[in-house]
Design a protein. Structure first.
Length: 198
């Protein structure tokens, strides 16, 4: 069955399925970009376009809507955040400023060796039998261990004497005790944390 649409001839209905479009593809409309004032071509079905590219559209949108904050506005934002008790020692999650120290201890070679020893002991297998995405779970949390460590070495400041504390941490036995952990897959570890939070 043959039929004609415009100047194009189609033999079967299957031509439409193959991506043939029953209008002239070569037909273009020339428009002027509202941002950069350059000419650009669009198909008749894209006549709504106002910009030549996404870059120009973004520039126009950002230029029109986003304005720099005034000093008064910045001050108000700062005061609002202070009042919420979210930052520093006012936060509910504040642990005495030991987070940087915990992060340093986790990057030590001894930490990696301890983790590998734990995995070897458990034959690289979770309690559920899974062998993928394995994590080592501290029975007594690492943050609690760091707090105990800082109580033992309280003569050193955890802010100013980080290098000394890092050297001492390599010899501190409770950090590297493989009886204080178990191997879990990511799914089991996540569910364990969820149970603790409740």
């Amino acid at each position: 069955m043959a039929f004609k649409i415009g100047h194009e001839h189609y033999t079967t209905k299957g031509d439409f399925k193959k991506g043939h479009i029953p209008w002239n593809r070569k037909e273009k409309i020339i428009k002027v970009c509202k941002q950069c004032s350059k000419d650009f071509e669009v198909r008749p079905c894209e006549n709504y376009r106002k910009f030549c590219s996404k870059k120009c559209a973004d520039k126009s949108r950002l230029g029109n809507k986003i304005k720099p904050f005034t000093d008064e506005h910045k001050r108000k934002i700062g005061n609002a955040n202070k009042g919420n008790g979210r930052w520093g020692a006012d936060s509910n999650h504040w642990k005495g400023g030991i987070s940087p120290l915990v992060a340093i201890f986790r990057t030590l070679e001894e930490y990696n060796a301890w983790r590998m020893n734990c995995l070897k002991r458990d034959w690289f297998k979770c309690e559920c039998g899974s062998k993928v995405k394995l994590e080592v779970h501290h029975l007594k949390s690492f943050t609690t261990l760091v707090r105990c460590f800082l109580e033992v070495y309280n003569q050193f400041s955890h802010i100013e004497d980080r290098e000394i504390l890092t050297r001492l941490a390599t010899k501190y036995e409770p950090f590297w005790d493989i009886e204080n952990d178990k191997t879990l897959c990511a799914k089991c570890h996540k569910s364990l944390r969820r149970i603790k939070c409740q």
